[in-house]
Design a protein around this ligand. Structure first.
Ligand code: UFG
Length: 339
């Protein structure tokens, strides 16, 4: 089976490619390299000893996408490409809406034209919006709260668009995977999270402090309605997220439908929990300072992942210690990628 991975040179995409290749799939990657490096593709090939067919393609450019579908025989698409910063989506919503919505429209049109109707879409826990602690853990059917950012609203819109596409043409087989907070790196230390700009996610930033590239971690708010006042998230190893995609691909043999799954561990950890666990695994103190809340942030978010376990036979395996240890190995053994 040949799978096109959009955004396959990025953080989550590159880990998905490793899993796919190790499970015997043929992999084609389309990536604009706007926030990623082709070196990640070379590293995936090094880890797996297998080849990836790479296209530098911006999904908003019809011609780029048409060329891939004209040349390749694609069975299914894993659509990971998209902007990733919640805070940046508040600052520049136009760029976020344009890139993510136009890119997905162009992709889906090319899929329709070439009779490819198997799609796994990277959605996000952010579609649940700002809910109360009592609403946790989040089930796929949980009532959604007020979505707090353009990033979340784009994911809601794209999920709905996928449902409409299936409704109009029931041959489309679509899996919506709602990622919680993917962290960690491949245990080889060869691939990991390496945004072009200074990271603004918690764990990559803690890593920068641990290796001495930054002085201290800013904690964005300590008066949330949580036990220690800091935000709570469901951190999941990127390896487990990648395995969730391979499990979802198996559903492509079943009757076409739109199926939605949480990819989380079911455990919520605060910012302090993560800082202390990272300190424990890397053996150096992580200085921090309390800062203002970040726009678009919410207090608490963790999954009920039992539907994915029941229907996909998938369950997250890695602990928070393993996530932090792999993140630290990636940070300390490498200078990231060349851009
Ligand atoms: N945080 C800090 N300091 C930092 C960075 C983050 O205190 O320097 C806090 C945030 O306020 C939040 C928690 O750490 O409480 C996690 O923040 P991240 O930026 O690491 O992650 P987010 O929950 O904001 O978002 C991430 C991805 C999204 C994805 C979401 C799913 O960036 O793409 O998880 O839950 F949708």
């Amino acid at each position: 089976m040949t799978v096109l991975v959009t955004g396959g040179a990025g953080y989550i995409g590159s880990h998905i490619c490793v899993e796919l290749l190790e499970q015997g799939y043929q992999v084609i990657v389309a990536d604009s390299l706007i926030n990623s490096s082709e070196e990640a593709i070379e590293r995936v090939e090094k880890i797996t000893g297998k080849r990836i067919f790479f296209y530098q393609a911006n999904l908003c450019h019809k011609q780029d996408v048409a060329e891939i579908f004209d040349e390749e025989d694609i069975d299914a698409v894993i659509h990971v490409a998209g902007h990733r910063s919640i805070a940046q989506s508040v600052i520049d919503p136009l760029e976020y809406y344009y890139n993510d919505i136009a890119g997905t429209l162009v992709l889906c049109n090319a899929m329709r034209k070439h009779n490819v109707r198997k799609m796994i879409f990277s959605s996000s826990a952010m579609v649940y919006g700002d809910l109360e602690v009592d609403d946790m853990p989040l089930r796929e059917k949980s009532p959604c709260g007020k979505v707090s950012s353009p990033y979340g609203r784009i994911k809601v819109a794209l999920e709905q668009m996928m449902r409409d596409i299936h409704h109009a043409d029931p041959e489309w087989n679509i899996v919506l995977l709602r990622y919680f907070n993917a962290i960690g790196a491949h245990p080889s230390g060869l691939i990991g999270d390496y945004p072009k700009m200074t990271p603004n996610n918690l764990v990559p930033y803690i890593g920068e402090v641990a290796v001495g590239r930054q002085k201290s971690v800013g904690i964005f708010g300590d008066d949330y309605p949580t036990p220690d006042g800091t935000g709570i998230r469901d951190y999941i190893h990127v390896f487990d997220v990648a395995k969730g995609h391979v499990a979802a691909l198996k559903l492509m043999e079943q009757e076409p439908a739109v199926r939605t799954y949480n990819l989380g561990t079911g455990h919520g950890y605060s910012v302090f929990d993560v800082i202390h666990t990272y300190e424990k695994v890397c053996g150096v103190p992580i200085p921090y300072e309390i800062r203002q809340k970040r726009p678009g942030d919410i207090a608490v978010l963790y999954a009920d992942p039992s539907k994915a376990e029941r229907e996909l036979g998938w369950k997250a395996e890695k602990t928070l210690e393993e996530m932090c240890a792999d993140s630290y190995r990636w940070k300390s053994n490498s200078n990231g990628y060349k851009f």
